[in-house]
Design a protein around this ligand. Structure first.
Ligand code: ATP
Ligand code: MG
Length: 247
């Protein structure tokens, strides 16, 4: 029996969450509820705490103060492994295990004694627009875009209900970016909740329905994407992205 609840009202809620390292405040008093059927963007200047925020959600790090809840339960009380079955994460730089694409895809399901037969793996690859013959390919020979797509497929192999993505297309060419964005839109339409850190305002507009705007460790705004871009003009938005040094 799963230790994670099936019925819930909020996907994530953060209550007075602070995170600091060696006395340096990285995130300060974050109070927010994330519950959406669409895609949520996390935007803000470099160093504002976006990756830190994301890492708190699947317990890669724990808050110094405050509570992070997933489906109304404090994640401090959950096993990391249980949590990460439901919450997949894709990092900015693809992180794959040595070996074939197939062995990467099977890695997570194996932990859960879930068996996949090849046609199912091929279907998974198809989700990220990779052909069946990629299954036996060594990951070392893949391009950055292909590696990133495998890493997305590997997260999906666990059948998560949430995907956390930390600038997943930053290092990619336009075609790979488009493939990943289309995959994400498709997944969102199938009901997977997606939270994506992005530094691209264009990507924010293309993909997200709501966004969290962080600056210097503070949550400045939680709003719909439409409203954000209606309320502020380009110049104002650009000024938001300047960091303390004005760069
Ligand atoms: N393990 C750590 N040790 C020391 N400082 C850290 C650590 N992790 C994060 N920081 C600092 O916390 C701040 C926020 O980092 P974070 O990576 O969350 O920012 P970000 O918004 O994701 O930035 P970027 O857009 O450049 O990826 C930065 O000033 C960073 O140097
Ligand atoms: Mg980051």
């Amino acid at each position: 029996m799963s230790s994670i609840k099936d019925s819930f009202s909020n996907l994530f809620s953060l209550e007075d969450v602070c995170f600091d390292i060696d006395g340096k405040v990285i995130l300060s008093k974050i109070n927010v509820v994330i519950d959406t059927s669409g895609i949520t963007g996390i935007i803000g200047p470099s160093g504002s705490g976006k990756s830190t925020f994301l890492r708190l959600l699947n317990k890669l790090i724990s808050p110094t103060q405050g509570i992070v809840k997933f489906k109304d339960s404090d994640i401090a009380e959950m096993k990391s492994q249980d949590l990460r079955k439901e919450i997949g994460m894709v990092l900015q730089r693809p992180f794959l295990f040595k070996g074939t694409v197939k062995s990467n895809l099977l890695y997570g399901p194996k932990i859960w004694n879930i068996d996949y037969i090849d046609p199912e793996l091929v279907k998974l690859l198809d989700t990220v627009s990779l052909e069946a013959d990629f299954l036996e390919r060594d990951v070392e020979g893949l391009s950055g875009g292909e590696q990133q797509r495998v890493s997305l497929a590997r997260s999906l192999a666990n059948q998560p209900i949430v995907l956390l993505l930390d600038e997943p297309t930053t290092a990619l060419d336009i075609v790979s970016e488009e493939i990943i964005e289309n995959t994400l839109k498709q997944l969102a339409s199938e009901g997977i909740k997606i939270i994506i850190v992005t530094h691209s305002l264009e990507q924010t507009k293309r993909l997200t329905e709501q966004l969290l705007f962080l600056k210097e460790g503070l949550l400045i705004e939680k709003t719909t994407t439409k409203d954000f871009f209606k309320r502020y003009n380009d110049q104002e938005i650009r000024s938001f992205f300047k960091n303390k040094e004005g760069k």
